[in-house]
Design a protein. Structure first.
Length: 314
């Protein structure tokens, strides 16, 4: 069995005069949560529909679980789970009956259905309310039931399109915890689209960032954070006059200085030389009260990628 569950090469899709996806080439390894990130309208949902064979590509190709999306789409969908923009739940049915119905469609045996339904509802904290109509539940509970539905037949791959969108912070955090533990426990590959950067950083081992249908970067979260964000320190204090700032600019390795109400933020190209920066400020008459390391965040890296792309287009 291949270690790559999704492979695309030059994948693209046009809608009349609009290019929704352009030249996408990625490999998604098995057994991880893979984040597909971008602002609204970036092409995330279009990509999922292409990978499930619900849309024909305008160019390029894609293989999912070893199947060609053009000619073997039904086999992809039979081997995958998906939660797209709609939950797919029957709201007049109970939670248990919803899963029973989908278990029958998946041709699970009666004992297997019973055991799997109990396992998933227990994991998501829904077992004690299994007899209630799904339509009476909160949005967060419905989302959990919808994820359980997508996982019911133990698919090797599950697509989740903005699963926490519209949830309150508590419900979103709870669902993220459930997804992380399920992926680790069952070895299911999760293809997650989101524009929630905190969610991606917490859940995903690898991510791809797209904007306006174009791939900007792909790799481990930590690599993107380090590669796209420069290290920085914040020095707080008083009397950071023009002379002090000018002397700082002369230090090797400093690529940026930003003044704040309480001090300065200094960006470095390589090694952070905190002691030397503090010495220069003190010798220039400044009073240094606090020094903070500003660790590059994934949000910094994401915004830099998107900003650079916007600048190139303008």
């Amino acid at each position: 069995m291949s270690d790559i569950v999704i492979r695309t090469r030059g994948l693209g899709r046009d809608f009349k005069s609009v290019t929704a996806l352009d030249d996408l080439s990625i490999d998604v390894p098995a057994g991880i949560v893979f984040g597909f990130l971008g602002p609204n309208g970036a092409g995330k949902t279009t990509t999922i529909r292409l990978l499930l064979g619900l849309l024909e590509p305008s160019r390029g190709r894609a293989e999912v679980l070893g199947f060609d999306t053009r000619t073997e789409a039904s086999r992809i969908r039979a081997s995958s789970g998906a939660l797209l923009e709609h939950t797919g739940l029957y709201e007049r049915l109970s939670a248990e009956d919803n899963l029973e119905f989908y278990g029958r469609i998946a041709r699970l045996s009666a004992p297997e259905r019973s055991a799997r339904i109990r396992e998933l509802l227990t994991h998501f904290g829904l077992w004690d309310r299994r007899g209630e109509a799904a339509g009476k539940w909160s949005r967060g509970m419905k989302q959990k039931l919808a994820v359980a539905r997508a996982l019911l037949a133990r698919p090797r791959l599950i697509f989740l399109d903005e699963p926490t969108a519209g949830l309150d912070p508590v419900a979103a955090a709870s669902l993220r915890e459930d997804l992380a533990s399920l992926a680790a426990r069952e070895g299911t590959t999760v293809f997650l689209t989101t524009h929630n950067l905190d969610e991606a950083e917490r859940l995903c081992r690898r991510v791809a960032v797209i904007r306006a249908g174009r791939l900007l970067a792909e790799g481990p979260v930590e690599d993107l954070r380090r590669g796209e964000s420069a290290p920085a320190i914040e020095i707080r204090g008083r009397d950071f006059g023009p002379a002090a700032v000018e002397r700082l600019r002369g230090l090797a390795g400093i690529t940026g200085l930003a003044e704040t109400p309480g001090g300065l933020i200094i960006t470095w190209a390589g090694e952070v030389r905190t002691a030397e920066a503090v010495r220069v400020l003190v010798e220039s008459g400044a009073s240094v009260e606090e020094v903070l390391n500003r660790r590059p965040t994934f949000e910094d890296a994401f915004l830099k990628l998107v900003k650079d792309e916007t600048t190139e287009e303008s």
